[in-house]
Design a protein. Structure first.
Length: 237
């Protein structure tokens, strides 16, 4: 485990009504005991955010949105802005997920605009990278380390049941951290958390979290059931 506070995040993608999402949150609140040395984040659908925020009141579990627009407001039918997400209690916004790039043709330039908008309004971003630091962050001034989390997710590992070996993942994370040093500086780069994503499950989380540059996980499928996500959050060092 690294010196950075581990961040265990569940991306619920397009699953669950508000009532179903609240039921899962209640399970997590009951089941997770180790909040003192790890940060736990859940990212429900937009429609479930207010109900989940309400259910999380008083809990250390933090709320994330799965996407945002870069403008504060305007004629952008179907979009949701960073201030709107902040208003419903979102602490993080996931941007740059490969599913958004694949199915909605989201580009590095758009991810870049979203990152800039979130950082400008004081939000926190959870940037998902398919490769090493790409154009999503280029040209942006490096923010304080606690405002940005990087997730490294090899596309072939997402939702496939295939996971990078712990060595492959560690190597990629160390490489990303080296690139971060060029983007900000060594002190900040050493504080930025880099999460691994791609078929993380209860039976591989312990080995992944034992790697020095893996500071947490971004979990899709295995975050949809209480017992499985609770076991992941409660990884053993
Ligand atoms: C993801 O979508 O970010 C992800 C890692 O999914 P899964 O855990 O299902 O591979």
């Amino acid at each position: 485990m690294s010196i950075r506070m581990p961040l265990m995040a569940g991306n619920w993608k397009m699953h669950y009504t508000a009532a179903e999402a609240v039921a899962l949150v209640e399970e997590l609140k009951q089941g997770i005991t180790r909040f003192h040395d790890r940060e736990v984040v859940v990212a429900p659908t937009f429609t479930a955010l207010p109900a989940v925020a309400n259910a999380l009141s008083g809990s250390p579990i933090r709320l994330a949105a799965q996407n945002c627009h870069w403008e504060k407001q305007g004629a952008y039918t179907g979009e949701i802005s960073p201030p709107m997400l902040k208003d419903v209690g979102c602490h993080y916004v996931i941007i740059g997920h490969s599913e958004r790039r694949q199915y909605f043709r989201e580009t590095d330039q758009e991810v870049n605009l979203k990152a800039a908008a979130l950082l400008a309004q004081g939000g926190k971003t959870l940037d998902v990278l398919a490769e090493q630091l790409g154009g999503g962050l280029s040209g942006l001034e490096a923010p304080p380390a606690d405002r940005i989390v990087i997730a490294y997710e090899p596309i072939w590992a997402i939702g496939t049941g295939l996971t990078a070996t712990t060595e492959q993942a560690q190597e990629a994370h160390a490489f990303i951290r080296e690139r971060l040093v060029k983007w900000c500086n060594k002190t900040v780069a050493n504080q930025i958390r880099i999460l691994y994503g791609g078929s993380v499950k209860p039976d591989n989380v312990d080995a992944l979290m034992a790697m020095p540059d893996i500071d947490g996980v971004l979990v899709g499928g295995a975050s949809l059931k209480g017992p499985s996500f609770i076991r992941i959050v409660e990884f053993q060092e």
